[in-house]
Every structure is written in structure tokens, then in C-alpha cells.
Design a protein. Structure first.
Ligand SMILES: C[S@@+](CC[C@H](N)C(=O)[O-])C[C@H]1O[C@@H](n2cnc3c(N)ncnc32)[C@H](O)[C@@H]1O
Length: 247
């Protein structure tokens, strides 16, 4: 069967276990600084957040990376009324469906109480947060694109050159997905980078907090979660900012 996401939403792939090149790929990214230029429109979106004092060192925040239509961002904001919850996605179409603003203003910020949606490329947005020493309390990565083709390892977040920055960003990471291989790889990559034991676990819940999560739950698919604790990431951050070349 071809590598793709099947009609039922189940990931279909020729890859049934951790990619043979994962360790090499992660180690290379840890050993080599990533010098790709920042994505300009995302720098502008980030600067807007900073200029409105939404992102400052004295305010804690929760990050919902790849928030899609922002449903999970709003859910988290309602459950954490004292904290700012920032949803980031690059898709104008998905953000335009958030119902938070006229789609024509999607390129600015959309804010409702403590919930903010921003259109930006995550690989740039994360690097800017690390540069400015701004760490979320919690960082959700809900159902990232699985990139199921064997040749697409480097597009998965743990195989991407931005992975060291994603870890150095800190906060407690919670990554959820419906492809066990992706979850196992993410956990293995986080273990390799931090030297700690990080494992993928089955994820069960009564309620779905994002459209993809609800869709998979309705279809009774197995879900997986990887949690990387805040203290493990804080130690990784100190290690890399003390002179290691990973960022
Ligand atoms: C499978 S959807 C999941 C959406 C949502 N989290 C959910 O659970 O319903 C993945 C989302 O990640 C976004 N995304 C993928 N790569 C991205 C990138 N490099 N920068 C920003 N957003 C990205 C896509 O636009 C898409 O909305």
C-alpha cells in the first residue's frame, strides 16, 4: 500500500519500526548548528507579539504548536484562565476557520481574552523564543504531520534540524499522534538528545481537545503520547547554551 494517510485517517506506511537512520540524523543535528535563515513573515508575526507585550520574560505562557483551527488553543485557554495560551500555525486556511476573526486579518494576531493565534512557521518561531530566552510552561504538539514516507524522516519534527531548538525551548513537551512509529521515534530522539529515558505511551481520554484528536477518537484509533519533562529540557537547555553547537 502507498505511504499516505488513508481515508480513515490511519497512517499507512512502509515503515513499521524506528527509522534506521534516526540516531545518525539526530546526532548530526545535535553536533551541527543549523544556519538556515529565518522566515521573514514569521519574524514579523513574532515581533508583533513582543511589541504588544504578550511575550515577556515575566509572563508565563502555554504554546500550542501546529494548532490548526485553534480549537485546542481555546480549550487550553479556558482551562488556564490565568495564563496566555499561544497557538501557532502556518496555514492561513486553518487559522481562518478559527472563528476568532475575519480571515482577512489572519496575518496579524487574533486574540480573545487569554487566547492568541499567530500565523508563523514553527522552525522560525521556536528559534526566536530560544534566542530571547522565553520558555513556555507547557508545549503541546498535537498530531503533527506524520510524513509517513521512509524518505521523509527529516520532515518529522524529531528528524528536522530544528529539533535541538524545539528541546532547548523548554517547558514540558506533550506530543500526541496516531502513528506509533512517530511516537517511538520522537521519544527515542528526545532520549538521545537529553540522555534521559523518554518513552511513548498509549494516550486515552474521554474528550478530544482538537479536531484531529476528536476525529481519531470517533474512529476508535489508538493514540500515543510522549511527555518530555520540564526539568529534563531545562538541563538540556543549560547544556547547549553553555557552548554546545546544537542550536
Ligand atoms: C495534522 S494538523 C493538526 C492540527 C491540530 N493540532 C489538531 O490536532 O487538530 C498539523 C498542523 O500543523 C501545521 N504545521 C505543519 N508544519 C508546520 C510548520 N512548519 N509551521 C507551522 N505550522 C505547521 C499544519 O498547518 C496543520 O495545521
Amino acid at each position: 500500500m502507498a505511504d499516505n494517510i488513508s481515508q480513515a485517517g490511519l497512517v499507512s506506511s512502509c515503515q513499521h519500526d524506528i527509522h534506521s537512520q534516526l540516531e545518525r540524523c539526530v546526532r548530526r543535528h545535535l553536533d551541527t548548528p543549523w544556519l538556515q535563515p529565518l522566515h521573514r513573515p514569521s519574524v514579523v508575526a513574532y515581533a508583533l507579539l513582543r511589541s504588544r507585550n504578550l511575550l515577556t520574560k515575566d509572563k508565563s505562557f502555554i504554546l500550542d504548536s501546529g494548532c490548526g483551527t485553534g480549537n485546542s488553543t481555546r480549550y487550553l485557554a479556558a482551562r488556564h484562565p490565568g495564563q496566555l495560551v499561544i497557538g501557532v500555525d502556518r496555514s492561513r486556511v486553518r487559522l481562518g476557520r478559527s472563528g476568532m476573526a475575519d480571515p482577512s486579518v489572519v496575518d496579524g494576531l487574533m486574540q480573545h481574552h487569554n487566547c492568541v493565534l499567530v500565523r508563523a512557521e514553527l522552525a522560525t518561531f521556536w528559534r526566536l523564543l530560544v534566542r530571547d530566552g522565553l520558555a513556555p510552561d507547557k508545549h503541546f504538539l498535537l498530531y503533527p504531520n506524520p510524513w509517513p514516507k521512509v524518505a521523509h524522516l527529516k520532515r518529522r519534527w524529531h528528524g528536522h534540524p530544528v529539533f535541538p531548538s524545539l528541546l532547548a525551548l523548554g517547558g514540558e513537551i506533550e506530543m500526541r499522534c496516531n502513528w506509533e512509529v512517530y511516537a517511538m521515534e520522537f521519544a527515542r530522539a528526545a532520549s538521545l538528545a537529553t540522555g534521559q529515558s523518554i518513552v511513548a505511551k498509549p494516550y486515552r481520554s474521554q474528550e478530544g481537545i482538537s479536531p484531529f484528536e476528536r476525529k481519531y477518537m470517533q474512529r476508535r484509533q489508538k493514540l500515543f503520547a510522549v511527555t518530555v519533562p520540564q526539568d529534563v529540557l531545562a538541563a538540556f537547555r543549560s547544556f547547549v547554551t553553555a557552548g554546545q553547537p546544537a542550536l
